[in-house]
Write a protein that binds this ligand. Sequence first.
Ligand SMILES: Cc1cc2nc3c(=O)[nH]c(=O)nc-3n(C[C@H](O)[C@H](O)[C@H](O)COP(=O)(O)O)c2cc1C
Length: 184
Amino acid sequence: MKNVLVINCSPVRNGATAKIVKLVSEQFSSNSIVKAVCIDDYTFGFCKGCRSCHTTARCVQSDDVDLLMREFERADVIVCVSPSYWADVPGQFKAFIDRCTPWCNTHEPHASLKPGKKGYAIAFRTGSGRKECDRIIESIEHFYGHLMIECAGHIGFTGIEFRDAVEKHRKEIEEFCREIQAEL
Ligand SMILES: Cc1cc2nc3c(=O)[nH]c(=O)nc-3n(C[C@H](O)[C@H](O)[C@H](O)COP(=O)(O)O)c2cc1C
C-alpha cells in the first residue's frame, strides 16, 4: 500500500480546494493509505530569513512545520491542490514553502526527505486564462524540485470560484488520479 498525502493549500476548509482534495482522496482510498490535510491545520511562524539552516540544516523555530514535514516523510505520493490567490499559491502555503528552507538542496548541509517520492500539482482559478495556473504549478514544482521530490504530473482548471463549480471537472480530476495510480 502506498501512502498518499493530499494537501489543501488554501486556508478554506470547505471551499473549492477542499472539494477537489475530497475527490482526489476518494479516488485513492480503495488501494492506498490517504491522508488529507489543510494548510490551516498547522500553526507556524514565517521564515525569518536568518539562514541558520544553511549551516545547521535545522530551523531556529520549532512548530507545526515539523508535523507537516513528518507527513511528507511518510508519503510516497504528494498531491498539492492550490487555488490562485493573487496569481500564486495562497500566502499560508507560501509561508510553509519558505519554512522548508532547511530541506532545500541548494545549501550543504540540508535536511533530506527519503528519495523516491512523486509530487503532483493541481492548480485552479476563477479567471479564464490558463497561464495563471501554469504559474502556480511552477511554484509548486519549484518547491518539489528543491526537496528532491520528482515532479510527476500536473493539471490546471479555470472558471472555479466556489465549490459547486468543481463538479464540472470531476471526470478530468478522476482521469488525472487514474494516471497517477497507473504510475504507483
Ligand atoms: C484572496 C483571494 C485572492 C484571489 N486571487 C485570484 C486571482 O488572482 N485570480 C483568480 O483567477 N482567482 C483568484 N481568486 C479566486 C480563487 O482562486 C477561487 O475562488 C478559489 O475557488 C478559492 O478556493 P478556496 O475557497 O478553496 O480557497 C482569489 C480568491 C481569494 C480569496
